[in-house]
Design a protein around this ligand. Structure first.
Ligand SMILES: NC(=O)c1ccc[n+]([C@@H]2O[C@H](COP(=O)([O-])OP(=O)(O)OC[C@H]3O[C@@H](n4cnc5c(N)ncnc54)[C@H](OP(=O)(O)O)[C@@H]3O)[C@@H](O)[C@H]2O)c1
Length: 253
């Protein structure tokens, strides 16, 4: 049995990826993972392939082990693993709720790494992993410090395992979106802390670009010429200057 696995499937970018997986050749089932089970179940109404809801809190201990147990029972071939679950909590680090930040690190980084490790025994040549990073992966981001660091880890990890898995024919791509209108902003308290956004994109646009880039075997997928330009610039400017520009744009010290 050939499956796609999508985390963060109940909303935003992950949900859009479920619809792309539904059109992906040779998939029998889509295993959809998030905490809100009713939203996962509802996906069946909009998909042609069989939807298998797997309600898990990926930041909780033992969750990825439950996923591993399902894999061991079903022994599928994972044609496509998409790690889109993620969250961020913006604001000054000195005032943050450290438990919430630890939760963000667990979900964005530790769970993503564990999902890749658990899935690899069920992947073969021609299979692919898409990890959702962020535009925040390319630079340290004051007032999003933990989120940015978690996404820098996702980018670095994805590139490194991509190189390791290349001889096995398993492709790894990191998607690094700019600002995308989803439920993410409410969780992150975006409107309280972010004053300047150059351009909003939709989660459907991110998923479309990612599937195009996956077909072209890219290792990084970036939607939008302005975002691609910014990434290029950030690589060449001194890091202090980049952070100062960001702070100035956001009207913070
Ligand atoms: N929106 C942006 O501007 C933006 C920009 C760059 C990168 N990203 C990244 O894109 C990815 C998707 O975010 P989004 O914008 O689509 O946000 P979203 O609409 O809030 O979706 C987040 C998804 O993650 C799931 N999730 C959250 N906590 C979880 C947990 N503990 N265990 C399992 N699943 C959990 C949520 O489902 P439940 O609540 O049902 O668990 C939801 O399906 C994230 O990795 C995010 O960092 C977003």
């Amino acid at each position: 049995m050939n499956i796609a696995v999508v985390t963060g499937a109940s909303s935003g970018i992950g949900k859009e990826f479920v619809f792309r997986a539904d059109k992906f050749e040779g998939i029998d089932q889509i295993w959809v993972i998030a905490r809100r089970k009713e939203r996962l179940t509802e996906l069946a109404q909009s998909c042609t392939r069989q939807i298998v809801p797997v309600a898990l809190d990926l930041a909780a201990d033992g969750s990825v082990e439950k996923y591993e147990a399902l894999l061991a029972a079903e022994k599928p071939c994972i044609r496509l693993l998409i790690n889109a679950a993620g969250c961020g909590y913006f604001g000054p680090f000195s005032e943050c709720d450290i438990k919430a930040q630890e939760n963000c690190l667990k979900l964005n980084t530790i769970a993503l790494v564990a999902m890749c490790r658990a899935s690899l025994p069920y992947m073969e040549a021609g299979c692919s992993i898409i990890n959702v990073g962020s535009n925040s992966a390319w630079q340290p981001v004051p007032y999003q410090s933990v989120y940015g660091a978690s996404k820098a880890a996702v980018l670095s990890f994805s590139r490194a395992i991509g190189r390791e898995l290349k001889p096995k024919g398993i492709h790894v791509m990191c998607v690094c979106p700019g600002w995308i209108k989803t439920e993410f902003q409410a969780v992150a308290e975006h409107d309280r802390y972010i004053k300047y956004v150059d351009r909003w994109y939709g989660p459907d646009e991110v998923a479309d670009q990612a599937m195009k880039d996956l077909a072209a075997k890219k290792t990084v997928s970036i939607l939008g010429a302005p975002v691609r330009r910014q990434v290029k610039l950030v690589k060449h400017l001194p890091v202090d200057m980049v952070m100062n520009i960001w702070c100035k744009q956001q009207g913070i010290e």
